[in-house]
Structure formats: structure tokens, C-alpha cells
Design a protein around this ligand. Structure first.
Ligand code: HXC
Length: 510
């Protein structure tokens, strides 16, 4: 018996060493943790239980039958994050560059299926060179199996991808199908085809970083939802994110003990909106003053900065916050902001997370760049997302709510449940200056008359009372009481029941 136990220990030790100490050292020298070290940081201490440690590839081409490493380049299993079950797979770059064989894919599919069956999130850690070239089409089949599971799991369990090294070719599409992607700065890059292929096909000269580094995807493409300084920071932040999320669509968001009183007043909010309607202010100040203990997990902070999306808690329960940011492009809705917020609202709706929306929006971004880029369709995504969402929706208009953007931003007309405005709100078809220039075009040569018209428009329309008279907003609230009013609204919506008409699925303007 003793021998058998020793043999098992030896086999385990050999699996744990992956591609060997030299490759582990090289991983460390690049500033990266190994697949197993990452799991240790991500999960609660001692909670990881591994599956398929002894799985080997079945490839017999190119001398591969002589090169078998138990585990075959991916570490899979489950564990807990602050006591809650999660499934995890972590690519091991020290084993054939983390490349994907059929057997490697089967391991990932196994945890994906278990996660759906048991209603728990899947976290995938990527550090790999794509398809196992020696396996050819078997590798492609393996990728497709993973994609299929990603799609079937979408909206059922949260799926999170963390890119911590190369992520190229077939490896990019699984993360792209998941709910959130995060990257590590400097050590990770993500692209469909690498710099060499780019050079051959388009003659462009690019580096890994300029083609698919964290700064590219977190700022320009919007493919990823956040970029972190190093492996440890990324994994710690994923733990934080998981704390906000329900484990599956069968659950309500987790409720955490809270020491913040629900009716905490914030007198400073009474002066947050500056007297000049064109002066920006930081919407994040409002968010952090409303959510529990100022704790806010922002998603995609560097992309589409004119809209803020993220998770906070009110009375211990998770809420998704969407807010126009007057500090960036005056909070206008453009393509990036619309796409970003639409996806976020849909995530919240999938997972029973109420959406709190703070509105200060001057409209949609004008211009050929936006129109040629399809602003109509992208703006419609956000409209669609809010309209179809059946989770509790609480809206507070702090200042501008102009035109179509007023409709889009969780208005009453899109089934907003409780819609408030601050006394500083201006709910109108457009700003006073633009409105007057159109309806009094004939008086354009008379600046005095025009100024009087503008004043008249401001008095009559640049306020919340016209909308309030019609019931389009439910109340005009004191800014300092915003937390209390939002919290109370959410209390009343705890048992909200609303379903959309039966359909196979909708046809959101993609
Ligand atoms: C098999 C691979 C591999 C792969 C790397 N390795 N990629 N083995 N299949 N795809 C092995 C290397 O042979 C090497 O083995 C070890 O991993 C480390 O690789 P290095 O090249 O030494 O590391 P580095 O210099 O850091 O470069 C990393 C890399 C590079 C940029 C990822 O390895 C690379 O370009 N790999 C190929 C990427 C690629 O073209 N993949 C196929 C994409 S096509 P030793 O034994 O020396 O340690 C694809 C299609 C799928 O994925 C589509 C499905 C939809």
C-alpha cells in the first residue's frame, strides 16, 4: 500500500512540475506566475481540487508519442472564492506553450459542463500559443467544442477570462464569448493573427504590444474590460468581481453584510452639479457616494469613458451602475459608449442584477465618423438592452437628458421602474441654444431677440417639471437624499415580476 501511495505522489509531483523547472524559471523571469501559482492566488487557500491531472494527449505525429506531459498544458478543477464555488482552468505555458490539443480541450469542456450543471462561474486563465500545431484538425475540433460550451453557458453562469500571456489564434475566441475579459499589462497580448502574418498579408510592421497589448484592447478596441499591472493584481481583482456576481442565472446576487446606513445623506451632492450647464463634474463622485461604503468595481474604465459601467452594492445587494460621465466628451452617447453600456446592461439582466442609471447626457455624438461607423445601430443596442431588461431599473437624472438619449437612458418609456430627477435636471428635446437656433431661425440676425428666446426656452423646458407633470419621472428628489431614495426604490422592487413575450430569442441590432 505504501508503495502505491508513493507511486501516486510521484505521478502527482511529475504532473505538478509541468514542462520542467527551466521553463518555470523562464516563466518567472518574464514576470509571470505559473498556471498553478495563479490558481493558488485566485482561490481560497487550500480550496482547489484538481481534475484530470493525468490526462495526456493522444497525438502520434511528429514524434509526439515520445513527448507526453501529464495534464497536457492546462490545469483544471474547482475551488472557492470567499467560500463560493467557482470552476477554473489555467493554461500552462510551460507545456507545449499551453497549446491546445484535443485532450486539453476535453479537460476544459469538462469543467465548463460541470459549472453549468452545478450553477457556478467559470474563470479561464490564458497563457498559450493557440492550436497544438502537431494535432492539426483535432485541435480545431477541440476549440469548437469549447466555443460551443461558451455559447450554451452564456447567460446561465458568469464566464470570466483573464489573459496573462500570449493569447492568439484559436485562443482568442473563447474569451471573446465570455462575459468579461481582463489582461495583464506588458506580459499579455491578444490577437487573431500575430505580427508575422500581419506583415505578410498587409505589409504593416507591428509589435505584439502595438497589435494586441493590454493598452490596445483596454483603450482602443474595447475587447477587454480592464488591464492590471501584474498577475497578482489581476487575480485579486477577479476575486473582488466574483463577490458581486450571482453564481448563476438561477440565483439572486449575493448579499453582503453592510455597515452603511440605507438613508445616509450626502449634503455635498447638493452642489455637485455646477451652475453653468456646460461645466463638467465627476459622475463617479455621485456613484461612490451612493453605493455602500463607496465600493465600486468599474468595468472598462479606459474605454468609452463617456459612460461609466460597474458594480456596487446597495444595502449589501449588488447593483449594476450605468452613468453618463460629463468629464469625458460631456457624457455624450457615441458608438463606444453605446456598445459598452449595452453589453453591461444585458449582463445585469441575464443575472438578475438591478440596474441603477445616472443620467447627464447631451445626446448622441454628431459627425461623419460616428454615422459611418454605424452609430444608429450601435445606439440602438443600448436602447434595445434597456428596453428588453426585466430586472429592477431605477433612474436618476442629474442634469441633461436630451433628445433620443433621454429615451435610451432607462427612461420611463422603456419600462424604467422608478425614475427620479434632481432639481437641476433639464429634460428636453435638446439644449436651449440648439433649439432656439432651429425654431427661431428667422430671428438669427437679432442676437438680442435670440438671447430672450433662449432664456424663455430655458425657463420653460430646461427643468424637470415638464416631465414631472406628465408622470415621466416619478419625483424630483433632493440630491443629498439620493442613496435613500434609490435604496427605497430597490426595496420596493425586490419582488418585481415582469416577463417579455415568448420568443425563440430576440434579434438585437448586432
Ligand atoms: C505546439 C507550441 C505552440 C503551438 C508554442 N509552442 N506554440 N507547440 N503548438 N501552437 C511551444 C514551442 O515549440 C516551445 O516549445 C514552447 O511552446 C514555447 O514557445 P516559444 O516560441 O519558445 O515561446 P515564446 O518565444 O515566448 O513565443 C510564444 C509564442 C510563439 C508567440 C506564442 O510560441 C508562437 O508564435 N507560437 C505559435 C502561435 C501560433 O501560430 N499558433 C497557432 C495559431 S492557429 P519548447 O519545447 O521549445 O519549450 C490557431 C487556429 C485555431 O490557433 C483556430 C480555431 C478557431
Amino acid at each position: 500500500m505504501h508503495d502505491l501511495i508513493e507511486a501516486l505522489e510521484q505521478k502527482r509531483a511529475s504532473a505538478r512540475i509541468g514542462g520542467g523547472q527551466t521553463r518555470i524559471d523562464s516563466q518567472h523571469a518574464k514576470g509571470k506566475l505559473t498556471a498553478r501559482e495563479r490558481i493558488e492566488v485566485l482561490l481560497d487557500e487550500g480550496s482547489f481540487e484538481e481534475y484530470d491531472m493525468f490526462v495526456e494527449h493522444r497525438c502520434a505525429d511528429f514524434g509526439m508519442e515520445e513527448q507526453k506531459i501529464p495534464g497536457d498544458g492546462v490545469v483544471t478543477g474547482h475551488g472557492t472564492i470567499n467560500g463560493r464555488l467557482v470552476y477554473v482552468f489555467s493554461k500552462d505555458f510551460t507545456v507545449f506553450g499551453g497549446s491546445l490539443s484535443r485532450a486539453h480541450a476535453e479537460k476544459i469542456v469538462k469543467v465548463q459542463q460541470m459549472a453549468v450543471k452545478n450553477g457556478a462561474p467559470v474563470i479561464g486563465i490564458f497563457d498559450a500559443g493557440g492550436a497544438r500545431i502537431q494535432e492539426g484538425v483535432d485541435s480545431l475540433a477541440g476549440y469548437a467544442d469549447i466555443f460551443m460550451e461558451n455559447v450554451l453557458s452564456s447567460g446561465v453562469i458568469p464566464q470570466i477570462s483573464v489573459i496573462m500571456g500570449p493569447c492568439a489564434g484559436g485562443d482568442v475566441y473563447s474569451p471573446a464569448l465570455t462575459d468579461f475579459i481582463f489582461m495583464v499589462k506588458d506580459t499579455s497580448y491578444m490577437y487573431v493573427t500575430g505580427p508575422d502574418v500581419v506583415k505578410t498579408v498587409t505589409n504593416e510592421e507591428v509589435t505584439h504590444e502595438t497589435l494586441g497589448g493590454a493598452s490596445v484592447h483596454a483603450k482602443k478596441s474595447g475587447v477587454v474590460d480592464g488591464a492590471f499591472e501584474n498577475d497578482i493584481e489581476a487575480l485579486t481583482q477577479i476575486r473582488r468581481l466574483i463577490d458581486y456576481l450571482p453564481a448563476s442565472n438561477r440565483e439572486k446576487p449575493p448579499v453582503r453584510p453592510v455597515h452603511d446606513t440605507f438613508d445616509r445623506q450626502e449634503m455635498s451632492l447638493d452642489t455637485l452639479v455646477p451652475p453653468n450647464p456646460n461645466t463638467p463634474y465627476d459622475m463617479k463622485e455621485l456613484i461612490t457616494k451612493v453605493v455602500d461604503e463607496g465600493d465600486f468595481f468599474e468595468v472598462s474604465p479606459q474605454f468609452g469613458g463617456n459612460i461609466i459601467c460597474g458594480f456596487g452594492r446597495i444595502e449589501g445587494s449588488t447593483v449594476g451602475v450605468v452613468a453618463n460621465q460629463p468629464m469625458t466628451l460631456a457624457g455624450v452617447l457615441d458608438i463606444d459608449a453605446s456598445r459598452k453600456a449595452a453589453r453591461f446592461v444585458r449582463f445585469c439582466d441575464c443575472f438578475n442584477i438591478p440596474v441603477v442609471t445616472f443620467v447627464d447626457v447631451p445626446g448622441f455624438m454628431p459627425g461623419t465618423k460616428q454615422e459611418y461607423g454605424g452609430l444608429i445601430k450601435h445606439g440602438a443596442k443600448l436602447l434595445f438592452a434597456y428596453a428588453e431588461a426585466t430586472v429592477p431599473k431605477v433612474t436618476v437624472i442629474t442634469r441633461k437628458a436630451y433628445g433620443g438619449a433621454y429615451d435610451v437612458m432607462s427612461s420611463k418609456h422603456l419600462r424604467g421602474d422608478v425614475n427620479y430627477a434632481w432639481p437641476t435636471a433639464e429634460i428636453a428635446v435638446m439644449g436651449a441654444k440648439g433649439a432656439v437656433e432651429i425654431i427661431f431661425r428667422k430671428e438669427a440676425g437679432d442676437p438680442e431677440k435670440l438671447a430672450a428666446r433662449t432664456k424663455e426656452y430655458e425657463t420653460n423646458f430646461a427643468n424637470p417639471y415638464v416631465a414631472a407633470k406628465r408622470g415621466y419621472i416619478d419625483d424630483i428628489i433632493m440630491p443629498h437624499n439620493t442613496r435613500k431614495r434609490v435604496a427605497t426604490a430597490l426595496r420596493t422592487l425586490k419582488n418585481k415580476s415582469l416577463t417579455n413575450p415568448w420568443k425563440k430569442h430576440d434579434n438585437i441590432p448586432l
